[in-house]
Design a protein around this ligand. Structure first.
Ligand SMILES: [Zn+2]
Length: 294
């Protein structure tokens, strides 16, 4: 499978459109930032795939964020993708859940929020669905059924080294070309024969041929995805400088160091007393008029 890509296809003879996502380097970078227990890693992997698939079905220019919050062991899961294909995300947990069943791991009260912020200053779009079923896929199917009234099925596969997902969606009534009432059921039944291994390992042409060689399928150009976060050491430096040296040194005195984690990718920026002193010394040297007045 081509690394870090999303493919769009159309099963013309079934009036079904589809997306296939495969992430490996992007997934490795997400995992490199935190030591995730297996169950949390699986949930995060599903969220990465789901977010990449969602972004392929919704036209937007800006950022799409999938977030799950609840009172369970895993209290936060957030994955974001830009219309350019930059992805970042993390999960936070109190106790390690012993299951990947979403209601148990996130809590019965958990909600999934899908929000889209566009580059224009328009009001952000937000859709909220309860967490339900045996995987995150079911909550997203519910989201499509309620928000767009479109039949949707998702299939996920998560491993240490890669995550993959397949999305099938019935075309809206006005775009349907065939009079085949059985097309949707046929497309889904065939997809259900796919093993997780196949979904993770086979390339897109092989997969589509394996499933739909008796149907008419059109495969469109792929979109490249990658892990990218806008956080940086420079930004964190700037944040500390705006707090002021005295305040920052107080934190160092209380906690031993200053540690700032990015709330989107979990990158950690740490400063000890020496780093803080050097940071402000350098800043005052560069900006002689903006240091603390004595
Ligand atoms: Zn970050």
């Amino acid at each position: 499978m081509i690394a870090d890509s999303r493919f769009r296809f159309l099963i013309e003879s079934c009036d079904v459109r589809g997306q296939l996502v495969h992430l490996d380097t992007c997934w490795a970078e997400a995992l490199a930032r935190t030591d995730y227990p297996d169950t949390v890693r699986t949930l995060l992997g599903e969220a990465f795939v789901a977010t990449a698939l969602l972004a392929g079905t919704i036209k937007f220019a800006g950022k799409l964020t999938l977030q799950v919050r609840g009172s369970g062991d895993v209290y936060l899961l957030v994955v974001q993708i830009t219309s350019e294909g930059d992805m970042r995300g993390l999960a936070r947990w109190n106790e390690v859940p012993d299951t990947t069943q979403p209601c148990s791991a996130f809590g019965d009260d958990a909600r999934m929020t899908i929000s889209i912020e566009t580059d224009q200053s328009a009001q952000p779009y937000q859709g909220i669905v309860p967490i339900q079923g045996d995987s995150l896929a079911e909550s997203i199917q519910h989201y499509f059924a309620s928000s767009e009234q479109l039949k949707t099925e998702l299939f996920f596969a998560v491993s240490d080294s890669a995550v993959s997902g397949l999305l099938l969606q019935a075309l809206p009534q006005n775009e349907q070309q065939t009079l085949d009432d059985d097309g949707w059921a046929r497309a889904v039944a065939l997809a259900e024969t796919l093993s997780e291994q196949e979904l993770l390992q086979e390339d897109v042409e092989t997969l589509l041929h394996r499933l739909y060689h008796e149907e008419q399928v059109r495969l469109f150009e792929s979109v490249q995805l990658r892990f990218f976060c806008t956080c940086s050491k420079e930004r964190t430096d700037g944040m500390l400088i705006s707090l002021g040296e005295a305040e920052v040194l107080d934190i160092v005195k209380e906690q031993g160091d200053v540690s700032i984690s990015c709330e989107f990718c979990d990158a950690r920026y740490r400063y000890d007393a020496v780093d803080v002193t050097a940071l402000f010394k350098g800043y005052v040297a560069d900006h002689p008029n903006s240091g603390t007045q004595h």
